[in-house]
Write a protein that binds this ligand. Sequence first.
Ligand code: GDP
Ligand code: MG
Length: 201
Amino acid sequence: MAHPKTERTLVIVKPDGIQRALIGEIIKRYERTGLKLVAIKMIIPTEEMIEEHYLLDPDWKKAVGEKAIASYVKKGEKPPSSDPIEVADSVVVSLKKYMSSGPVIAMVWEGGHAVESVRKITGSTEPRSANVGTIRGDFVLDSYQMADNDTRAIRNLIHASGSVSEAEKEIPHWFKPNEIMKYRVPHEATLYNADMRDILG
Ligand code: GDP
Ligand code: MG
């Protein structure tokens, strides 16, 4: 198995993140953990790119629908449908509109447990219930209820791969191999080297 320090994850600053002028704040939060930025670009995605992106994982639809329904139930509210696939289908329609509405910034971050670390810093899908201290918890306040009420996607600033296998499919969808940089930064020695004997020369 590859060393966990080589793990990579895809992050996209969604159109609302760019509009809110949060690019620097978002990058800062990932960068300060020691994760390394290895690819970055600004693009206006097409609706096709977005549909393909979300359907790369065949299990995603069922999971997204179930998560939404559970969130309503937990708050004692009625979900728009009890069928997860039906919920997910309308989410896909809304996501295509939302994600292609303006420029986004796509990035690849690399480092120890990159997928898990980035998800932890990003926070859970619904900003209403995302923990304080996470990007989604601190900078935005949308909810399933408000988004579904207005037939739009939840605006939560960021996409971040949900698992290592999702990241492995998503990264090549957004970046060619030669757009991903291989380079070293000095702090990797402190983060990952087996000993720190070089400090005193
Ligand atoms: P993520 O991995 O935390 O981004 O969440 P998912 O992969 O489950 O969903 C993808 C994106 O779809 C989310 O980031 C939201 O923007 C949006 N979304 C997810 N579930 C719902 C929903 O039930 N209703 C609406 N309106 N949008 C949703
Ligand atoms: Mg996801």
